[in-house]
Ligand binder design. Structure first.
Ligand code: HEM
Length: 331
């Protein structure tokens, strides 16, 4: 975005926040732009990429964890880095919400990126833009599609544990329940099936797929060999920290194998397998992605851009945090 546009945008934001209806509804925010940091922080994307590259080289699961952070950010009042705020004595953030607690990873990587960016170009690159960029870089570094990340998101000055509990879909959901959560934030069925393909990388804890373990050989659509391997993994007293690959066949490669697995009954989460067993429309889309992996890549990048812009049109009172874990105090 050019400097004039930025100024115009800031003026509009100010006007809308002082108008009678300055409650954040309506198109009062600034559009995301291609060249937001072109002059203010031209090194931003290279700095982010090199940290993501280093983090993944030390821990290949980190690609998945960073991708998921962006999703959990965007589904809760838009992509505004609310997910990164730490709980404090007088502040409850989203990290302790059920879908996030003992589950989200990668906060230290974001801290490292933010620290370097604050040295190179202070108070310029938002934490929300960092999250959107690390998600893209993680996909690319795992062999998936690339897309341009539009920038200019602002960081929130609040968080909502309640919204995190309500908005983020749960792994035992039916397709209808999943769809409701996606539609609530402005995404559709096609986005839902494409974005679920993110489960081509990463891991999940036994507790998130425990209902799959109860599957019996009575149902013809259950892959018992797969279920038995999971039962074995999750057996024993303490399985709190035991995890399984979301995509057993190519766990760290971003490809369309996830959909192949669903067709053979090897979806890990109940919500994954439901895309094939629970709804004809979602099943058809899965079949399309198996036949034509490039259609998955195209749809995934399209839906990531769409998800990454959630909230950007309505956000009026954000800031650029100096530390992603905490709201800036007034100087
Ligand atoms: C469709 C609804 C979805 C449900 C019900 C769901 C649920 C889950 C659950 C339960 C886990 C395992 C968490 C744990 O055991 O700690 C997980 C992991 C993951 N999810 Fe989803 N998810 C959904 C959609 C998405 C979307 C849209 C993305 C990204 C675009 C995504 C990316 C990931 C990734 C990459 C992991 C692995 C994280 C890691 O290994 O650290 N998920 N998801």
């Amino acid at each position: 975005m050019g400097m004039q546009l930025v100024l115009l945008c800031l003026m509009l934001m100010k006007a809308s926040s002082t108008s009678a209806n300055g409650d954040g509804d309506g198109d009062s925010g600034c559009p995301l732009g291609s060249d937001t940091y072109q002059y203010s922080c031209p090194e931003a994307e290279a700095i982010i990429f090199s940290w993501v590259e280093q983090a993944i080289s030390q821990d290949s699961r980190m690609a998945a964890s960073l991708l998921r952070l962006h999703f959990h950010d965007c589904f809760v009042n838009g992509c505004d880095a609310s997910v990164l705020l730490d709980d404090r004595d007088d502040f409850v953030g989203e990290k302790s919400a059920a879908p996030n607690l003992n589950s989200l990873r990668g906060f230290e990587v974001i801290d490292a990126i933010k620290s370097e960016l604050e040295l190179v170009c202070p108070e310029t690159v938002s934490c929300a833009d960092i999250l959107a960029t690390v998600a893209r870089d993680s996909v690319v570094l795992s062999g998936g599609p690339a897309w341009e990340v539009k920038m200019g998101r602002k960081d929130s000055i609040s968080a909502s544990k309640e919204a995190a509990n309500n908005n983020i879909p749960a792994p035992n959901s039916t397709v209808d329940d999943l769809l409701t959560k996606f539609q609530n934030v402005g995404l559709n069925l096609q986005d839902m099936v494409a974005l679920s393909g993110a489960h081509t990388i990463g891991k999940a804890r036994c507790s998130t797929f425990s209902s799959r373990l109860q599957s019996s050989s009575d149902s013809s659509d259950v892959n018992m060999q797969f279920i038995e391997s999971l039962q074995q993994l999750c057996s024993g007293e303490d399985n709190t920290n035991k995890v399984a690959h979301l995509d057993l066949a190519t766990p760290a490669t971003f490809d369309s194998q996830y959909y192949v697995n669903l067709l053979s009954g090897e979806g890990l989460l109940p919500s994954d397998q439901a895309l094939v067993n629970g709804n004809d429309h979602t099943r058809q889309i899965v079949e399309t992605y198996v036949e034509d992996p490039s259609a998955f890549f195209d749809d995934f990048r399209y839906s990531m851009v769409k998800m990454g812009s959630l909230g950007s049109n309505t956000q009026i009172d954000g800031q650029i945090r100096r530390d992603c874990r905490t709201i800036n105090l007034p100087n």
